[in-house]
Design a protein around this ligand. Structure first.
Ligand code: ATP
Ligand code: HMH
Length: 270
């Protein structure tokens, strides 16, 4: 049986809500065969990040070579890339293997404030990843760090999207989860010609662990199926909305979004 295949290059979240675990669960939910290359192991749960342990760089590169020499992902996403060295190696292998359906989620800081990307890596992210990204999906603080623009209004967000586009990404999505506490949450898409806003009702919940990873994994899964960037983003936005609305009550902190939301809704109908 032929299947669409997607690869995530990211960190592990032992708590299962973000990182590689969120990506693989989302790929599975979309019916896409999931593969993973680990940059780092995090000791993490719903209350925060207790430790970050990078995979030795040789082990990281070996995983990329194993995938590249045998499996051909239809789409690839990057999440926590840990440091400039891992970023440079990631870009090298992505180019070498010709993986061009690339979603870059420039993960920098976990919700509780833990650093997932070293500060020196910011330049490497701009130099190596933006130029090869099909879609980049920063949240507001990440877009601010990458552009130097303070995003305190919609106009500033649009300006930042243009700067990121000029740095090389084909499609820029600046997510609005961190944009105040309004009734609606809007994500901005810029494709070099037009700006689109994807708007949904803000869900009042503490279970928002993994929103960003799950959203970008859903986009990647849709790209793996051969969908256009616009339709992949539109569908992923609906998916993340359902996943947040049905967030899971586990742990004592921020529970994860619900990666198997469609199946759960189906079960509830019986
Ligand atoms: N409370 C909410 N209600 C509805 N949608 C939300 C809410 N919070 C975030 N989103 C949506 O979830 C997606 C991820 O956005 P967000 O800005 O939270 O990303 P992120 O900060 O990268 O996530 P993470 O903290 O997992 O790294 C976006 O589509 C955003 O609009
Ligand atoms: C491993 C990992 N990647 C990404 C995030 C984003 O929030 C996280 N919390 N943990």
């Amino acid at each position: 049986m032929k299947v669409s295949k997607a690869l995530t290059i990211a960190g592990s979240d032992s708590g299962g809500g973000a990182g590689i675990q969120a990506d693989l669960k989302t790929f599975q939910e979309f019916g896409v065969y999931g593969m993973s290359v680990l940059t780092a192991v995090t000791a993490q749960n719903t209350t925060g990040v207790q430790g970050v342990f990078p995979v030795p760089i040789e082990g990281f590169e070996a995983q990329l070579r194993s995938i590249g020499s045998d499996l051909k992902p239809d789409a690839v996403k990057t999440g926590m890339l840990f440091s400039g060295e891992y970023i440079e190696r990631t870009a090298y292998f992505i180019k070498k293997f010709g993986w061009n359906n690339l979603v870059v989620d420039p993960v920098m800081i976990a919700k509780g404030g833990a650093t997932l990307l070293s500060e020196e890596a910011l330049d490497a992210m701009k130099t190596y990843m933006l130029s090869i990204a099909k879609i980049i999906t920063p949240n507001i603080p990440e877009a601010e760090a990458l552009t130097g623009i303070i995003i305190d209004c919609k106009e500033a967000r649009a300006e930042a999207a243009k700067v990121l586009f000029d740095q090389g990404a084909d499609y820029v999505v600046i997510k609005g989860g961190h944009f105040g506490e309004g009734t609606y949450v809007s994500d901005l898409l810029y494709n070099g010609v037009e700006m689109y806003e994807f708007v949904e009702k803000r869900v009042i919940t503490k279970n928002t662990h993994g929103t960003g990873c799950t959203f970008s994994a859903a986009i990647t899964a849709e790209l793996a199926y051969g969908k256009t960037a616009e339709s992949a983003i539109e569908y992923a936005k609906k998916f993340i909305q359902h996943a947040i609305e049905h967030g899971i009550d586990v742990g004592s902190g921020h529970g994860p979004v619900n990666h198997f939301v469609y199946r759960r809704i189906a079960h509830e109908q019986y």
